[in-house]
Design a protein around this ligand. Sequence first.
Ligand code: AMP
Ligand code: ZN
Length: 667
Amino acid sequence: MSDLRQRMKELADQVRMHRHRYYVLDQPVISDTEYDALERELRTLEAAHPELADPNSPTLRVGAPPIEAFEKRRHSVPMLSLDNAYTEAELYEWETKWLKLAPDAEPLYATELKVDGLSLSLRYEDRKLVEALTRGDGETGERVTENARTIADIPLVLPPEAPPLLTVRGEVFLSRKRWEELNRQRDARGEPRFANPRNAASGTLKLLDSREVAARGLSFLPWQALWPDGEGMDHARAMASLGVWGFGVMPAHGKGDLASVLGFIAIQAQARLDLPFDTDGVVLKVLDPVVQQRLGATDRVPRWAIAFKYPATQVTTTVLGITWQVGRSGKLTPVAELEAVEVAGSTVRRATLHNADELARLGLRVGHRVFIEKGGEVIPKVVALVPGEEARDLPAPLIPKACPVCAGEVGKTDDAEVAIRCLNPECPAKLVARLQHFGGRSALDIEGLGEALVEQVVASGRFEQPWELFTLLQEPLLGLAFLSGLDRMAEKSAQNLLEALNAARTKPLARWIHALGIPMVGVRTAELLAEAYPSLEALWMAEENRLQAVEEVGPKVAAALRGFAALHPDLPARLAELGVQPAAPEPRELGELPLSGEVAVVTGTLPSLSREEAEALLKRLGAKVTGTVSAKTTLLLAGEKAGTKLAKAETLGIPVRDEAWLRAQDK
Ligand code: AMP
Ligand code: ZN
C-alpha cells in the first residue's frame, strides 16, 4: 500500500474512532481543535486523490441539501413490534407457550439490550447502502436514506466478505450527552426542549435537511440481519458477523437458558444505567433460526422474541398547580402539584422544579401535560413539556412577591444566585425545615419528631431555634403537659419523645455539628470538623484561616461557619445550659469500633437510609467506605435493586448485609 493511501486510511480510522468516542461513548480523548486538524488533513488528501478515497470515509457523512418530503416505500419483510413482559412469571409463561408450538426445541435464547430509540431498516445492494426506511406502519416506511448516511456508525459500503444483498435493522438513538447539549441550544433559542433522547432522535431522523441531521450526532446499533443465505445462522453469530462488517455491537449481550437470561436481566438493571444512552429493557430471541422459522409471527409480533421491560422512570402527567416551598435557609423552590401517576413502582403527586429560572426555561403553566422523571434522587423532577403543549394559551405562573408562609419580604441574598429567599429571619417555614433537619436521620435522629409534629411545635410559637426544644427537658412535667396538649399527641408518645430528646443530648459531636444546619456543612464535613475540634466551644473560637486547614473545608465553608457562629455567639454556652454534652469522637484505635478494619461498599436502595446516610453510619462505626467491589472489600451493604456490585460480591464470596444488620451494629 502506498504511503499516501496508508496515511489516508490512518486518518479515516482516527476520525471515525474519535467521532465514536465523542458522540457515542461520551469519552473524547483529544481536543476539538486536534480533531478538526485530523479531519481537515483527510479532506485535503481526498480532494487531491479521489481515486484513493475510502468509500466509507467519515467525511461523506455531512449531509445533502434539504428535500421537500420523504417518499413512502414498502418493506420487503414487514417490520413487526415486540411482545412485552414485565415479570419473571410472564417470561416463563411465554416460554411455556412457544414450547407448545415447538415441543422438541431447545429453549435457548440470545439476549441483548433493548435500546430506547427508533427502528431503521437499511438495505445494502452490491454492498452499498442504497436505502434506509423508518418503520412507519410496519408495512411501509419513509425513505430517510440521506439522513441515515450522516450517521457515523452506519457503514456506507461493506467489505467484500459481506453478502451482496443484505438488510440490517437496528435502532437509531442519541446519547444522553448529545441530548443535553441539544436542549441547552434549544433553551438558548427559546425553543421547546426534547423530553428525552428518544424524542430527540425521532425528531432528528425526520428532519428534511440532512445537513442538520449530521450536526446532531445520531448513533445506530443493529439488532437484526436478513440475507438470502443467512437463514441458517443463529442470531448471536449473525450479530457478530455484522460487527465484523463494520456495524456496532450491543454493549451487553449473551446467550443461554431462561435461568441465565434472568441473571442477565438482574445485572443489566443496574449496569445499563452507566451506559451513555437509554435502554428500556432486554430482548430475548429464540436462538435457533430453524425454530424461529417454525414459530413465525402473528400479524403484529414475532412469536420467537419478547422484550422484558424495566419499570419506566419517565411518564407523562398533568400539572394541577404550582406551589412554593420554603427551605431551611429560606430558599423558595417551586413544586409542581401533579395528577397522581405511577413511576417506577411508586405513586408520584409532586415534582421539584428547582428554581424560578427553571420554571421559566420550561415555559411551564398550570394545566400543561409534562414528562416527569424519577432518577437516582428520591424527589422526581419535571423534565419537559409534552410536545405541542407550549402552544396552549395558559396564564404564566406568578413568582411570589412575598413569602407564601410568613408573607415576609422575598429577594436574592446574592446577585450571582438564581434562587429567591424569604428574608424574614423569623419565618416559621424556615424553622420547620430547620427542625426537620435537626431531628432527621443523618443529624440527631430524634425518633417521633415527624413532619406533623414539627409543624405544631413551630405553630405554638414557643421556640425560635431548633435547640430550644431541649427546654422541654428542664421541667419535664411541664414539657410533658405541653407536648400532650398538641393535637393527637398521646401521653405515651409525648413521654417517648422526651426520652428521645434526652438521648440526643449526648449524641456524637459530628451529628451535633451537622444538626445545627450551618450552611454548606454536610455529614462528611461535620465529621472532619469534629475530628479537628474536640467541642463546639473550640469550633466557635477557631479562626477562619485555621478552619481551612481541615480537609474539605475551603474559604466558603469556613466563611459560612464563622458567619453562623457570629449569628449565634452564645450557642455553645446555651447548649451546655440545656444539658447538651456532645460525645467527642472516640480516638480511632484499631478494633475499637464495631466495624473497624472493614472495607464496605453500599449498593441498591435501602429501606430507610439514603446512600449518604448509610455511608456516614458505616464510617461512624469504623468501616472504610469505597465505591467499587474488589478483592479488598470485606462487606457489601445491599438493598433492593442491587445489580452488578451484588453479583460481583457474591462471586468473590464477600458477606452481604442489609440495613437491619447495620442498625444493629449501632447500639
Ligand atoms: P416497542 O416499541 O416497545 O413495541 O418495542 C419494539 C421495538 O424495540 C422494535 O421495533 C425496535 O425498534 C426496538 N428495539 C430496540 N432494541 C432492540 C433489540 N435488541 N431487538 C429488537 N428490537 C429492538
Ligand atoms: Zn417566610
